[in-house]
Design a protein around this ligand. Structure first.
Ligand code: SAM
Ligand code: SF4
Length: 360
């Protein structure tokens, strides 16, 4: 597999850390739901539990020399729960645990159970590579996990190894089976599609999902410029239109009207056998309906995947700040969210953090 264009998509920038003591913008509401300047309301929080991972996916992480976040900088469970309580009081309802690989965080089941009980939180779900699900699926279900997204980019053993840099396809398939056996629902399969690498597998994935004994929604994700090795080029993005074209080789498909804030546009086969989704972050950005923010493992709020500015909560949490101060910092982080990412515009600057360190 050859990867990488001659140039990275854009130069990385230094992340700016803002402080709670910065004056609040005069027109920012100080109560009510978390809202930004364009009227979008935040209902979802993605929480990265760690930047560590047992895989090294080419579209996400570099192969070696990874500058891990020092462990003392990682938020504790108490700190995470506190941020969640504060966000829930401002209208956040849905949480997703991610990473890095969230199942590598010891006690993740305990944290799940704690977050499920926070007043106002309606669901806690997870995105995982599935490797540890054979051991952990039942405990996660018992802890109250609502649904699970499992990343799987190839059903071919060699290609899976090339993409993840780990020879663990069978183990991930076992993880999917374990999630189904534990009753975790819904189960969604996330597949990043890269031109010339696994783009030939769209049809294979859909046929595979249609044959599974449990309901699996495969969601194809366009490759975003958030990789750790600067391999992204626009040519490698296999677009939503091309994915849909392959799906139609199986049979007629029709759109499903789903929540506009869901990043995936959903489709179903007209014969009733299977639903799939496409996350077209590059070719059809959905910023106008975005309702999420992210908390990095080291306690920074990011108001967009592609943000080049992040807001430090850890210093506040560890510096004796009261809930109101922390809430004000979160409000400010949301308020200044931009209208939309700039991937398709001149001057796009790739954020310094890659996906594994942001919490995808
Ligand atoms: N380790 C877990 C996993 O792989 O599911 C959770 C973290 S991973 C960063 C979250 C999701 O981001 C995965 O579905 C992964 O495929 C996706 N992802 C990572 N890098 C990406 C990129 N450059 N473009 C699009 N999706 C990406
Ligand atoms: Fe790890 Fe997930 Fe990134 Fe793959 S996509 S390297 S499994 S964090």
């Amino acid at each position: 597999m050859t990867l990488g264009g001659p140039e990275p998509a854009a130069a990385a920038v230094r992340t700016v850390v803002s402080r709670a003591t910065d004056p609040a913008p005069p027109d920012m509401p100080v109560a009510g739901p978390l809202v930004d300047r364009f009227g979008r309301v935040v209902r979802k929080l993605r929480i990265s539990l760690t930047d560590r991972c047992n895989f090294r996916c080419v579209y996400c992480m570099p192969e070696g020399d990874i500058p891990w976040i020092p462990s003392e900088e990682i938020l504790t469970f108490d700190e995470i729960e506190r941020v969640v309580r504060i966000c829930a009081a401002m209208g956040v309802e849905k949480l997703r645990l991610t990473g890095g690989e969230p199942l590598l965080r010891p006690g993740v089941e305990e944290l799940t159970a704690r977050l499920v009980r926070v007043p106002g939180i309606r669901s806690v779900s997870m995105t995982t590579n599935g490797f540890l699900l054979p051991e952990k699926a039942a405990a996660l279900k018992a802890a109250g996990l609502s649904g699970i997204n499992i990343s799987l980019d190839s059903l071919d053993r060699d290609r899976f190894r090339q993409l993840t840099r780990r020879d663990q396809l069978d183990r991930v398939l076992e993880g999917i089976a374990a999630a189904a056996a534990a009753g975790l629902q819904p189960i969604k399969i996330n597949a990043v599609v890269m031109r010339g690498i696994n783009d030939g597998e769209v049809e294979t994935f859909l046929r595979w999902a249609r044959e599974q004994p449990v309901d699996l929604t495969v969601r194809f994700i366009e490759f975003m410029p958030l990789d750790g090795s600067n391999v992204w080029t626009r040519d490698l993005v296999y677009t939503a239109a091309e994915i849909l074209e392959q799906a139609r080789r199986i049979g007629p498909v029709e759109p499903v009207h789903n929540d506009p804030a869901d990043p995936a546009r959903l489709y179903r086969f007209a014969d009733g056998r299977g639903t799939f989704g496409i996350i077209a972050s590059v070719s059809q950005p959905f910023c106008a309906s975005c309702d999420r923010i992210r908390l990095t493992a080291d306690g920074k709020i990011r108001n967009c995947l592609f943000a080049v500015e992040e807001f430090d909560l850890r210093e506040l949490l560890r510096g004796g700040a009261g809930d109101e101060t922390v809430a004000a910092a979160i409000r400010r982080a949301v308020w200044v969210k931009w209208r939309g990412h700039l991937i398709n515009q001149k001057g796009f600057v790739k954020p310094q953090r890659a996906m594994y360190a942001i919490g995808g």
